[in-house]
Design a protein around this ligand. Structure first.
Ligand code: SF4
Length: 223
């Protein structure tokens, strides 16, 4: 049993290391954003490309200057600003709800960012529209929290490579990957895995012939 666990640990590390080494990742990309903008960009990034998020954030930050602005805005104004990010009706509602909830919270986002990880995550995840993944990505981006958030790309890659199965959920897979990934590498690993999922191990037509992990992947396409 111990041997099997060791083997799984080695496998995870090989996957994380190989994929992290494939990409030049700009770890400073979140630095220029204020915390509320970061939270909005995490909400906007659901089911869309980075380019669409960039366009939507440009419009959003031009129109809204504070949490109060957003909390008091009409939904259709927020919708118009974030349109390039897609599913704007749902996202606009979520963003305004979050802004309103933050205004009720003493110290707002700053106080959350000063709290220890379990508490910060609990407060964020208790807000309507913020789940554990959004909370983790936000904390990772806003204060370099050493977490390795799991998105749909990472789930798919890990399933194909035999690291995750149907029994797994967000928490079990996150903890499994974090156990094998040094804290200082987790942000890079998260971002590199997403790039790999978008470019190589795509949901449809994965590019297995270009994949450096094809030799250990039983899901590889034989073509
Ligand atoms: S071999 Fe194909 S399915 Fe397997 S990890 Fe690589 S791209 Fe994904």
């Amino acid at each position: 049993m111990t041997l099997i666990l060791h083997k799984m640990g080695d496998r995870i590390w090989k996957i994380i290391k190989t994929i992290s080494d494939m990409y030049e990742i700009d770890l400073e990309r979140f630095k220029h954003r204020r915390p509320f903008e970061l939270l909005v960009s995490v909400i906007l990034s659901q089911r869309t490309s980075r380019e669409n998020v960039r366009k939507a954030m440009e419009r959003f930050t031009r129109r809204f200057k504070s949490v109060e602005d957003v909390a008091n805005a009409r939904l259709r104004e927020i919708e118009a600003a974030i349109k390039p990010a897609g599913i704007w009706k749902m996202k606009a509602k979520r963003i305004r709800n979050i802004a309103r909830q933050l205004l009720k919270l003493e110290g707002g986002l700053d106080s959350i960012l000063k709290s220890p990880y379990p508490e910060a995550r609990k407060i964020l995840a208790s807000m309507e529209g913020v789940g554990p993944k959004t909370a983790d990505v936000f904390l990772m981006a806003a204060r370099n929290e050493p977490v390795l958030p799991i998105d749909t790309h990472i789930f798919r890659i890990m399933r194909r490579l035999g690291v995750a199965d149907e029994e797994d959920d967000y928490e079990s897979l996150r903890l499994r990957l974090e156990k094998e990934t040094p804290p200082e590498m987790r942000m890079k690993a998260h971002l590199a895995l997403i790039d790999f999922g978008r470019e190589i191990c795509r949901a449809r037509n994965p590019r297995c012939s270009e994949c450096p992990l094809a030799g250990i992947c039983s899901s590889r396409r034989k073509t």
